[in-house]
Design a binder for this molecule. Structure first.
Ligand code: OAD
Length: 238
C-alpha cells in the first residue's frame, strides 16, 4: 500500500470541544472583543497594554486545555498516512495530541518575538504572562508571535505548496472567512482530490469544485468517524 498524503486544515472549531472559544460563533471571541482593539498592528502601537493583556488571557486559558478526540484522531493518522496539519489556531493542541508536522498560519500563543526583528522568536517555557516591558536581546520590545489583521501571512506560501501535494484534504472547524488562509482549499493539485469538511455550521464552500463531503458534526465526534472510515478504505486498498 502506498501511503497517501493527507493534509488537515484546521480552524478554531477543532479546539472548540477542548473548551476554547471560536471567533465568529454567537459566543465567539469577536462577540466580546473588537478586532481593531486587540488584533491589529495599530492596536499594538496605540494600546499595547490591552493587546498584551488579551493574549496573556488567551495563553493563560490555553494552559488549562487539553486535546480532544478530534486532535487525537488527526495525530493517529500518522501511523498509516503522510500527514501535515495546517492550522489557523495559535494553541498547541495538535502538537500535544502528537501531530509531528504542524504549520501555524496565524502564529503561536506560546511564543513571543522582537518587534524589530521577526526572526528573533522566543518560546515561553514557563507560565502565561508576557510582561509589558519585556525585551529581546536586540533591545526591542517583545510582542505576541501572532499574525495580526493587516499583516502578511509568511507561512501561507509554504502551506499552499503542502496542499498542492495532498491526495486528500480534510478541513475541520473553520468558517473559511479569513483570507488568505481560507483560499488554501483552492490549492489542491487537481479537481479529483477529495475534500472532507467536518463542521457543525455552514462554512462558505460555494466556490469549491472538488468532490466535497460535508460532515455536519462537531470535531470530537465527526473527525474520529471520518478518519476511521478513511483508514478502513485506504488500508484495505492494494
Ligand atoms: P471562526 O470562529 O471564524 O469559525 C469557527 C468554525 O468552527 C465555524 O465554522 C463553526 O461552525 C465551527 N465550529 C464550532 N464549534 C465546533 C465544534 N465543536 N467542532 C467543529 N467545528 C466547530 O474560526 P476560524 O475559521 O478558525 O485569526 O477563524 C479564522 C481566523 O479568524 C482565526 O485564525 C483568527 C480569527 O480572527 C487571527 O486571530 C489572525
Amino acid at each position: 500500500m502506498t501511503r497517501k498524503k493527507i493534509v488537515v486544515f484546521t480552524g478554531a472549531g477543532v479546539s472548540a470541544d477542548s473548551g476554547i472559544a471560536t471567533f465568529r460563533d454567537a459566543d465567539g471571541l469577536w462577540a466580546n472583543y473588537r478586532i481593531e482593539e486587540v488584533c491589529t498592528p495599530e492596536a499594538l502601537r496605540h494600546n499595547r497594554a490591552k493587546v498584551i493583556e488579551f493574549y496573556n488571557l488567551r495563553r493563560k486559558e490555553s494552559l488549562t486545555k487539553s486535546p480532544n478526540e478530534g486532535h487525537r484522531a488527526i495525530a493517529s493518522m500518522e501511523e498509516w498516512a503522510d500527514v501535515v496539519v495546517i492550522t489557523q489556531n495559535v494553541d498547541n493542541l495538535h502538537e500535544q495530541a502528537g501531530s509531528k508536522r504542524v504549520v501555524h498560519l496565524h502564529g503561536e500563543l506560546m511564543k513571543l518575538r522582537s518587534e524589530r526583528n521577526p526572526d528573533l522568536i522566543y518560546d515561553i517555557n514557563e507560565g502565561w504572562e508576557q510582561e509589558l516591558d519585556a525585551r529581546g536581546e536586540d533591545g526591542a520590545l517583545l510582542r505576541p508571535h501572532i499574525v495580526f489583521f493587516g499583516e502578511s501571512v509568511p507561512m501561507f506560501d509554504p502551506a499552499c505548496k503542502i496542499v498542492s501535494k495532498a491526495d486528500i484534504l480534510i478541513v475541520v472547524g473553520t468558517s473559511l472567512a479569513v483570507y488568505p488562509a481560507a483560499a488554501l482549499v483552492y490549492y489542491v493539485r487537481d479537481k479529483q482530490v477529495p475534500i472532507y469538511l467536518v463542521d457543525p455550521g455552514n462554512p462558505d464552500t460555494s466556490n469549491i469544485r472538488n468532490p466535497l463531503t460535508h460532515i455536519k458534526e462537531r470535531g470530537a465526534i465527526g473527525v474520529p468517524q471520518l478518519i476511521a472510515q478513511l483508514k478502513d478504505e485506504l488500508t484495505k486498498e492494494g
